[in-house]
Design a protein around this ligand. Structure first.
Ligand code: HT7
Ligand code: ZN
Length: 873
């Protein structure tokens, strides 16, 4: 496979003014007839007589006609995935008929069957599996779609826009036609046919237009739609209030499907969702699922403007819509829930997953300059780092300036397919400022490192911070900071005269680091402060400052910034875990610094911190995060030290934790709202610590909670705490009764699979093989694959990294199997192996061998080939 390059971008030679599609759906094939109203793109290519080249994949071509005249075989060329028509005039109508086999489409791209339903996934390049087309985002067209199918089997027929006609046909078939008045690229096309029930709602827009809201699901799931409907209404209102964006059709539909490669898809007016990201009721969904549903419903809805009304010129600009939309959904989540907790979660993903990607073989800039398979570039870099960059623009311009910029962006580019540069220009122009240096963030891969040193001159009463950034071509990095005095209060320090106004270097607590080395001198500082650096995780960087453990305890106690209070605790715990790791490696008796225990005690005693934050502060850094901070990763050693520290803390805090558990374990009717969620989160964090002690009475608490709980959050937390501890008999019996009770609910069963596959106790190779053979497992369903294989490789780290290499072999076997069935899912599974160079040598070599084994397979998909070959370079 070949790479394609951003530098080779050329505007399309043709425009498709109108797209008329007719789908005749049958059990063994679907016939697609298209009529495209086309013209040459003379605005971009004045005197060029280029041939018309359409792209199509796995299609059976039946006929082509231009302006009503059928083409003979010698008037076109069908080669690989390209259909070339040599002679076309300046404007014409092209008609094409072709057949496809949705029932055999296991890749879940294009038109496919999920259970008894037809559905589509066209982003990024799925439309070419439906019909021959200019499948690129800068070709935008008005779509009219007729869907025909058996009426009894498929009473609901949907596509984008508004329904304009319907009628019954011969042989029990029926037809519904849809028209979307908004020009769109084909990646936003959608079609659904099925026997579905609908949950209805409505929303009155800010200009008094009533929008019908419909969530379509299989009948057994109709009782799981209320929360998504409410989340949708909250999202619509929020986008009006925060960004001034109003919805633009009379109807907005969501459909839930069980087989889906990602979370959801923002097709115009007809979002298609992975059922796990839309369906919830208190008995079947955990708080975590509710939060995920709220965020994804919002994300897809927000795409209506950031993605659909203003879309991407080409796929190198993917972060234009994804980074901005993730930023918008993170603001929404922060507004609906605890802002500090949301920031902690986002920063944790950046530090654990994105930094790892940026240090691995698939590292790429937020605006990549080449790729082989675009599906491989739906990454944490494009999404989360892209969002962090938008967040930095927000920090630099302030809330008002940012809103001026987004207003200008939407106004200027409505209906267009544009580049990241145009987004930044709108921000610049609306604020009369330049972001030239800042734009480096979009173009360079890798994580900048900033080292900070401090010096207090007690005679001159000055405090100096010296910043040094790793990159020779420096980034503009907004570093939010504060100085904290001995009394725990922020010091309102002034900058030394020479520095004031120097490129506005330090304003409102945000320092703009623009040079390789920069010095800030604060004057009239009466005592040596403790610096609080990178507050709110104001930039996606690694910042090093040599804090003492006492200073970290002080920050945990006093920092006014919630994110840094939590981060100080993480750094303290990290430091202690490193020390214990060293002790194990030296063969000396491990000893946990009493200051960590004291710090956790004082966290537990605080009543001024909300429950959600407290729950976060009690969690030790994850094994993956600890690994990410090491030059050479030794998972088994990290896990040994972390588990030891965890059990020492659990023993030391047991009484306090039990008290806390008792206080929070109150009877109440379940509501998926922030306060209750935080309370359950803290209670269950306490429970999971308690089961790390040797006292069986705490396991009894888990058993009681498991047996009596009326909601999935508490049941699942109790089950997980037993599965992840040494209480084997209790865990076994709970797992068995759980499956008996929930076997008819696939989403619950997926959680049951994942809790085992991701655990140290149950995620052994032997058990994973059993789960793969279980009646509940289906290799063709991506959610099941994620629940078993994904959870095993991503969470059951001591088993995945077993010294005999069996974990790596199992993963490679499944990648090889999935390579043909579903290349996108196969390729995503390569990720844990791809970072082999980071691991201790014996493991690294075994991971590499498995990559080589995959590489030696015939018929590697482009998706898998790209990731494996780049991992082996
Ligand atoms: N924009 C959507 C991307 C997506 C996707 C991409 C590749 C393969 C399958 C996919 N399903 C959805 C999702 C989003 O970011 O909103
Ligand atoms: Zn998105």
């Amino acid at each position: 496979p070949e790479s394609i390059y951003l530098k080779d971008y050329q505007a399309p030679h043709f425009v498709i003014e109108e797209t008329h599609l007719r789908f005749d759906l049958f059990e063994d094939y679907a016939q697609v007839d298209s009529r495209l109203v086309m013209r040459r793109n003379r605005e971009q290519h004045e005197n060029v007589e280029a041939p018309l080249v359409l792209v199509g994949k796995q299609l059976e071509l039946l006929a082509i006609a231009i302006d009503g005249v059928r083409l003979s075989d010698d008037e076109y060329l069908l080669e690989d995935e390209l259909l070339t028509i040599h002679k076309v005039s300046d404007s014409f109508e092209l008609e094409i008929s072709n057949r496809i086999e949705p029932q055999n489409n296991t890749a879940l791209e294009g038109l496919y069957k999920s259970g008894g339903m037809f559905c589509t996934q066209c982003e990024a390049e799925g439309f070419r599996r439906i019909t021959y087309y200019l499948d690129r985002p800068d070709v935008m067209s008005i779509f009219t779609t007729e869907v025909i199918a058996d009426k009894a089997k498929y009473p609901i027929l949907l596509s984008n826009g508004n329904a304009i006609a319907q009628g019954d046909l011969e042989n029990g078939r029926h037809s519904v036609s849809w028209h979307d008045p908004h020009r769109k690229p084909c990646y936003l096309f959608a079609l659904v046919a099925g026997d579905l029930m609908v949950k209805e709602g409505s929303f009155m827009t800010m200009n008094g237009r009533k929008v019908e809201l419909k969530i379509f699901v299989e009948p057994q799931n109709i009782d799981k739609t209320e929360y998504a409907m409410d989340a949708l209404k909250r999202s619509m209102k929020w986008d009006e209030d925060k960004y001034g964006r109003e919805y633009d059709l009379d109807i907005f539909m969501i459909v839930a499907v069980d087989d889906f490669n990602m979370g959801a898809m923002e097709n115009k007016g007809l979002n298609i969702f992975n059922s796990s990201c839309v369906l919830a009721n208190p008995q079947t969904a955990t708080d975590a699922s509710y939060l995920r549903i709220e965020a994804i419903v919002a994300h897809e809805y927000f795409h209506n403007w950031s993605g659909n009304r203003v879309t991407c010129r080409d796929w190198f600009q993917l972060s234009l819509k994804e980074g901005f939309t993730v930023y918008r959904d993170s603001q929404f989540t922060a507004d609906m829930n605890s802002a500090a907790v949301k920031r902690i979660e986002d920063a944790s993903i950046m530090r654990t997953v994105q930094f790892a990607e940026d240090a691995g073989p698939m590292a790429h800039p937020v605006q990549p300059d080449s790729f082989m398979e675009i599906a491989n570039f739906y990454t944490v870099t494009i999404y989360e780092k892209g969002s962090e960059i938008v967040g930095m623009i927000h920090k630099l311009l302030g809330a008002k300036g940012f809103r001026k910029g987004s207003d200008l962006y939407f106004e200027r580019h409505d209906g267009q397919a544009v580049t990241i540069n145009e987004f930044v220009s709108a921000m610049e122009d609306a604020n009369g400022t330049s972001l030239t240096q800042f734009k480096r963030w979009y173009k360079s891969a890798g994580t900048p490192v900033v080292n900070v040193e401090s010096y207090y001159d007690s005679a001159a009463k000055t405090y100096t911070l010296t910043f040094n950034q790793s990159c020779d071509e420096p980034f503009l990095i907004p570093i939010e900071l504060g100085l904290i005095g001995r009394n725990g209060q922020d010091i309102n320090a002034e900058l030394a005269a020479g520095l004031i106004n120097k490129r506005d270097a330090y304003k409102k607590g945000i320092f703009q680091l623009t040079e390789k080395e920069q010095v800030l001198v604060f004057t009239d500082v009466k005592e040596e402060p403790v610096p609080s650096l990178l507050r709110d995780f104001s930039a996606p960087i690694k910042l090093n400052y040599d804090y003492s453990r006492d200073q970290l305890m002080f920050l945990m106690q006093h920092d006014s910034d919630g994110f840094n209070r939590w981060d100080a605790g993480q750094n303290l715990a990290l430091d202690v875990i490193y020390e214990v790791m060293q002790q194990f490696s030296d063969g000396t008796q491990p000893k946990v610094d009493g200051r960590l225990i004291t710090a956790y005690f004082s966290v537990l005693k605080r009543d001024d911190i909300d429950h959600a934050m407290l729950a976060k502060m009690l969690l030790l850094p994850s094994v993956s995060y600890i690994g990410e901070t090491q030059d050479v990763i030794d998972i088994l050693a990290i896990n040994q030290a972390r588990s030891y520290v965890q059990s020492v803390l659990a023993e030391a805090l047991a009484e306090k934790l039990a008290e806390l558990y008792k206080k929070l374990n109150v009877q109440q009717s379940y509501l998926p709202e922030p306060e209750q969620m935080a309370q359950r989160g803290l209670k269950n964090a306490a429970l999971s610590y308690l089961l790390k002690t040797d006292h069986k009475k705490y396991c009894d608490l888990a058993v009681t909670q498991f047996e009596n709980s009326d909601n999935m959050t508490d049941s699942m937390a109790a089950l997980a705490s037993m599965v992840n501890s040494g209480y084997k008999a209790q865990a076994e019996s709970a797992l068995e009764s759980f499956y008996d009770k929930w076997q008819a609910e696939p989403l619950v069963v997926n959680q049951w699979l994942a809790v085992q596959a991701g655990s140290a106790e149950y995620g052994t190779i032997e058990n994973i093989n059993k789960l793969l053979e279980h009646e509940a497992f289906d290799i063709k369903n991506p959610n099941k694959v994620r629940s078993v294989i994904g959870a095993f490789a991503g969470q059951s780290l001591i088993n995945f990294h077993a010294l005999d290499g069996s974990g790596y072999q199992l993963l490679a076997d499944k990648i090889i199997l999935l390579n043909q069935l579903n290349p996108q899912i196969a390729s995503r599974l390569v990720s844990p192996l791809s970072k082999w160079r980071r691991y201790v040598d014996s493991q690294a070599q075994q991971m590499k061998q498995q990559l080589q084994r995959i590489m030696a397979q015939n018929n590697l998909s482009k998706d898998v080939y790209e990731v494996v070959s780049k991992s082996l370079i």
